[in-house]
Structures are given as C-alpha cells and as structure tokens.
Ligand binder design. Structure first.
Ligand code: AHR
Length: 499
C-alpha cells in the first residue's frame, strides 16, 4: 500500500506541551507498595524509593504524575499519610477492597517527585469530603510556614512548601462505582465552591474539574455542560478518561480505537466552547486527558468481587502485547495533534497497575511493550506540533467503519530545525510505503528511524524476556530531494527524527 503526506513548518497547531507526557500513581494494587516504594529492596534508597524504577521513569520521559487517585481518592483522608509512620492509621480502601497502611503519603510523594524529576498533580477528595478538607490539604502542602498545618508539614520534615500547582477537583464523580457519586449539578456546585475557596487561599493554582469517566457514560455531554456551567470561570481544565482493549479477537477495530478518542476530544472541546458561548465568556477551557491507556477492563469485570482486604494485592496487572503498544503510540499521536486544547495528559498508570513499568517484589523492574512508544515520543517531540493530513487507503472495521490505515503527527522545532514524525500502520496484513513531502523543512540527515513491529501482534515482554518487543532500527527509509520515504510494516508504530 502507498500513503503520502506533507510536512509544512508553517502549519503549526500549537507548542508541544511537556505536560502531555504525564502519568499516574494511585494507591491501588502494587503501584505504590512494591512499585515505586519498597523499603528493603536491594535497589531502594534511604527513603525506600526503588532506584531501578526511578531510572526507568526518567528513561520513559514522564513529566507530571497525578496522585493519589483515581477511585482511591474519593474515600481518602490525606492526614492519614503524614507524620511519624508509627502513628499513621491503617484503613480500609473501599475503592479497591484493600488495606491501606499509609506508610507512603503526601510528603513521601512530593519527595519522590523531586527525585523522579516530575511535577506533582494532586487530587482532592470530593467523594466523602469537601471544601474544608481541600483547604486543609492546600495549606499543609503549599503554605510556607506560620500556620497550624504549614508548621505541621515543617515539623514533619518538609521545610519548603511543596508548591503543587495543578489540582484535580475529585475523580470520576459521574460514575456510580465512585464513593460519593454525584449528579452533575451536585458535583458542579461542590467543585465550584471548592475551587473558589482554593483560589482565595492561592490565586495561581491550576484546577481541573471532572469530566466524564468515559465517552460511553449515559451522562456524557450533559455532564460536561452542567459541570462547566457551574465552574466555567473557576477552573482551567475539564478532564477526560479513556481506556481501550481488543474485544473478541477484533484486532482491526482495536487498532482503530483512536477514531473514538479523536471524536471524544472533539466533542468535549465543542461542549466546553458551547458553554463558553452561552456565558459570553471568551476564556477557553483546556482539556486534561488525565487517564488514558489500553486496559483489558473485561478481564477485571469478569472477576468475582473480593471478600478479603489484602495489602498491595496484584490488581489489573495487564501484560501488554505489540498491538497494545501500537494503540498506545496512536493515542499519543491523537494527544499531540490536539495540543491546541489538550495541554495536560496522564497515562494510567505508571508502575504495575496497567503500567509501562513492571516490578517484582524484591526482584527486577522491566519495560512492558507500551513503554517504548511513550519513551520515544516524549524524547523526540519538540517545538510545535504540525498539522498533517495523510492520504492513504482505509481498512474496514466492525466498530468504526472505514479507518485510514495510516495515522500520523509531526513536530518541528524552529530553534534548531529538528523535526520528528510519529506514524502507525493499522493495517493487519499490508506494509505501507509512506512518502513525506518535507515542504520548507531542509534536513541534512535522518537521525533516527525506529519501528515497533513483529510477526506476532500478541508478543509480550516478560521479566525473563524483557526486550522481546522493542523498537528496532528501520533500514527502509530514504531521504532524497526534499522527500522522505519510509516503509511501515503491518501493525506497527514508527518514529523518524530529522536534523
Ligand atoms: O486507573 C484505574 C481506575 O480507572 C481509576 O482509579 C479510576 O479513576 C478509573 O476508573
């Protein structure tokens, strides 16, 4: 098959936002305990943070980490996780039917963020709690000193304020599974009053209101509109969450998942702008896509509900294959091409729980297949995102109808002339030769052309064979007369960088 597209440095969508490469650590399963934190592990530092995991997180290129949930936050008392460890209470976590030891909390999280070189993104509990507890948390976290809660933080060893700028006003409160589930009006009012009070305490915060927990929610659309009617002038972002999986062996539809993701983003933009128009407000709400990934939710829902209350059990530790990695690479393409409105995003999650990084307690840490497109995209995308319009054949899918086989985006850095192209071939059986007209970009050479592909779309990485699925140099590339030609194998993700 043949495909073509044009790269024009004047067709700029928006800058590449570093917050696009965010991730998520929830108190859930083994994300925290035996994930990022495991005192006594041979690789643990003096704080119990696993250095092998920290190294992989830096390699992944994560910029922002959302914490502490997720569904967990809707029943969480942040105070349980600060102060001397021996006084911290052990609690039940209703969201994941687990026991929370609280041996890791806010102060540890912020210290860990500094070590991982990522920005913290904190969620407040608007499920079982409200304005007062959010204000207490903000005072503890960000007030310099001289007030009861700021002084408590100092006494707990954090002399400098945590300086957390980006805050989520609750999590997925549209979902009946959420502790403290609310109607859009109930949530919108609470989010508005919490946001107003938080801004009275600190003006320069960036606040995220909960959007729908998925495009398939029955309240999708009306939820966003009602929540934004209550919060429009008080928040900066509305959130989006989306998870995809292959259903019943339908690989073609799965590879086409971004069709729905694009539509989801465009619909939330349209809804937010419609509210802005009705309110005669020229402000533009940004989108925080703060949970996205491949997640085999059908496996999770097929399990019997838990009767016990384990500490850090193995929960949704999905093993990712090559096709999953191609879809993850495609989701990053979608996020980048929407950089005019999606200015923060968090892959859910970071370690062990539906994660690019896996660990064994007392054992190794290793990269899942989905690690690679994230790491290479975060490393190569710089400058501005360019608008590209691939011309290519389509592939019929049961879920989305005809889907173009090639999806792509590109970035160009005016500062140094570097460019990058990210492309997927979603055809299940045909290679595609992609011809790119480099109009206005005059690169001297191809600095990288790597492709994630293989004979078996279901190949996975394991602790024993962690590099089975990884990007390899793609020799089928030519740069000549202002044109780039690259062969994309079936079911593949490719990055090309030019200098
Ligand atoms: O990421 C796993 C869960 O998915 C989160 O806790 C919740 O917000 C979402 O439903």
């Amino acid at each position: 098959l043949n495909a073509s597209m044009t790269l024009d440095p004047d067709f700029r969508i928006a800058p590449v936002h570093r917050r696009t490469f965010g991730s998520f650590v929830e108190h859930m399963g083994r994300a925290v305990y035996t994930g990022i934190y495991e005192p006594g592990h041979p690789a643990a530092d003096a704080d119990g943070f696993r250095r092998d995991v920290l190294d992989l997180i830096r390699e992944l290129g994560v910029t922002l980490v959302r914490y502490p949930g997720g569904n967990f936050v809707s029943g969480y008392r942040w105070e349980d996780g600060v102060g001397p460890r021996e006084h911290r209470p052990v609690r039940r976590d209703l969201a994941w039917h687990s026991t929370e030891t609280n041996q890791f909390g806010l102060d540890e999280f912020v210290r860990w963020c500094r070590r991982a070189e990522v920005e913290p993104m904190m969620a407040v509990n608007l499920g079982t709690r409200g304005i007062a507890e959010a204000l207490d948390l903000l005072e503890y976290a960000n007030h310099p000193e001289g007030t009861a809660l700021a002084d408590q933080r100092v006494a707990n060893g954090a002399t400098e304020p945590h300086d957390i700028r980006l805050w989520c006003l609750g999590n997925e409160l549209d979902g009946p599974w959420q502790v403290g589930h609310k109607t859009a009006r109930e949530y919108g009012r609470l989010a508005a009053e919490t946001a107003r009070a938080m801004r009275m305490a600190q003006r320069d915060l960036e606040l995220v209101a909960c959007g729908s927990s998925g495009v398939a929610m029955p309240t999708f659309g009306s939820w966003e509109a009602e929540v934004l009617e209550e919060t429009y002038d008080l928040v900066d972002y509305i959130s989006l969450h989306a998870y995809y999986q292959e259903h019943d062996g339908d690989l073609r539809s799965f590879l086409g998942s971004v069709t729905e993701m694009d539509h989801f983003i465009d619909s939330v933009v349209a809804t937010a702008d419609a509210v802005g128009a009705r309110l005669r407000d020229s402000k533009r709400i940004q989108l925080s896509f703060d949970e996205w990934n491949v997640w085999y939710q059908s496996h999770f829902h097929a399990q019997e509900p838990r009767e016990d209350w384990p500490v850090a059990p193995r929960v949704i530790e999905d093993r990712y294959n090559l096709a999953d990695a191609v879809v993850v690479g495609n989701m990053l393409i979608s996020l980048l091409r929407h950089s005019d409105r999606v200015t923060a995003a968090c892959q859910a999650q970071l370690v062990n729980v539906i994660a690019p990084i896996m660990t064994e307690p007392g054992g190794p840490a290793w990269r899942q297949t989905i690690f690679h497109p994230f790491a290479r995209t975060a490393a190569a995308a710089s400058g501005d995102v360019l608008r590209v319009e691939p011309v290519c054949p389509v592939q019929e899918t049961a879920r989305y109808g005809p889907v173009p086989v090639v999806d792509a985006t590109a970035t160009h850095d005016q500062a140094n002339g570097a460019a990058a192209v990210f492309a997927v071939n979603r055809s299940t059986d045909e290679p595609v030769t992609l011809d790119i007209d480099l109009r206005g970009i005059r690169p001297e050479r191809v600095t990288e052309c790597r492709t994630l592909s293989g004979a078996d779309p279901y190949a996975v990485n394991t602790a024993e064979d962690p590099e089975r699925v990884a990007p390899r140099d793609n020799p089928d590339i030519r740069l000549q007369d202002g044109h780039l030609s690259v062969v994309l194998p079936p079911v593949s993700w490719t990055v090309v960088t030019l200098a």
